[in-house]
Design a protein around this ligand. Structure first.
Ligand code: 8YV
Length: 319
């Protein structure tokens, strides 16, 4: 029997070896003429493995009349039009759970770096400035502070567990109250921002969360407030954030994600105490390999056993 054929638009070294043991993988990035290559294989492609290299939107998906499944590497799948996939009966899968603890660790690291200016303090040492004077006392601290988590899903809960151990008071905002937590709930983002000292967003991307953290939320957070973003860059209005940092509307920010990665606004890098990370939330060999295996296993399980492992909410299984 001929092996099932799938498309991989960009290189996915943590997914490819496992897939190639069971499926025929078309590596689009190796094709000299991508349009011609796609036209030649379009009717045979039954699955797509994607790591966000291309937007798997309606027009991309519709090139493949026999497409059955799109497997996304990552818990966030804003580069895949899952609503369109649902209308075509195409499954979409992501990689939840296996990265929650790693991303929560990174969130706490970013929070500590930002509140205690650890990046700037390290730069002070490396620049040989310690001899000339100690690094100034930090204006911020986590002591006695309240952390507001925006998005109380699996990662939000893992962050809450850690933050509790750090002695932080907690509150959260979500579309609706989350099950299995007695942390105080705020039904508006502005209400939460007004109540807390630090706002930490874990929200996914997409139209429904676009620029939710805007000038009004930053104003509610206040002049000693800190914004942390570990979810998706598109959730924060970066122009409003830069204006708020300039005006002292908020105190500081720690960001792992940006609107147009890998680009980021140069103006943000000019604020010495702001911490900027290159989207490393889940980026350890350990966790990325778990994500890679889950991405591959979703495809293999679908084609060999007729069931995906972790379908997204828009394309539940069984249907
Ligand atoms: C990865 C992520 O950086 O899972 C996600 O949604 O943002 C990260 O874990 C990303 O998926 C890498 O492509």
């Amino acid at each position: 029997m001929e092996p099932t054929e799938i498309l991989m638009p960009g290189p996915m070294p943590l997914v490819l070896p496992k897939l190639e043991t069971r499926l025929k993988v078309h590596k689009l990035w190796e094709a000299s003429d991508r349009t011609a290559h796609l036209a030649g294989i379009a009717s045979r492609v039954k699955g797509i493995a994607t790591g966000g290299h291309v937007k798997v939107d309606a027009s991309f998906m519709d090139q493949f009349p026999n497409l059955q499944i799109v497997a996304n590497f990552g818990v966030g799948y804003d580069s895949v039009d899952a609503a369109h996939a649902a209308t075509r009966g195409v499954l979409v899968t992501n990689t939840p759970d296996v990265l929650s603890e790693e991303v929560a660790d990174t969130a706490l690291g970013l929070l500590l770096m930002t509140a205690r200016e650890l990046g700037a303090a390290e730069r002070h040492l490396r620049a040989g400035k310690w001899m000339q004077g100690v690094y100034p006392l930090t204006r911020s601290t986590l002591r006695g502070k309240t952390l507001g988590i925006v998005g109380m899903g699996r990662i939000g809960k893992a962050i809450a567990t850690r933050a509790e151990a750090f002695g932080l008071k907690l509150a959260y905002h979500n579309r609706r109250p989350a099950a299995g937590t007695d942390i105080p709930y705020f039904d508006t983002l502005v209400g939460l921002a007004r109540h807390v000292d630090i706002l930490l967003s874990v929200l996914p991307g997409g139209a429904s969360t676009h620029h939710l953290i805007d000038a009004s939320v930053l104003e509610a957070l206040g002049p000693e407030g800190i914004l942390i973003n570990i979810g998706r860059g598109s959730v924060v209005d970066e122009v409003a954030l830069i204006a708020a940092l300039k005006a002292g509307t908020i105190f500081s920010a720690g960001l792992d994600v940006f609107e147009t990665e890998p680009c980021y606004p140069q103006e943000l890098a000019e604020f010495e105490r702001v911490v900027l990370l290159p989207h490393v939330g889940s980026a350890s060999v350990h966790t990325r390999q778990l994500m890679g295996d889950l991405c591959a296993d979703n495809l293999i399980n679908w084609f060999e056993n007729g069931a995906p492992i972790t379908p997204v909410a828009e394309t539940p299984w069984p249907r």
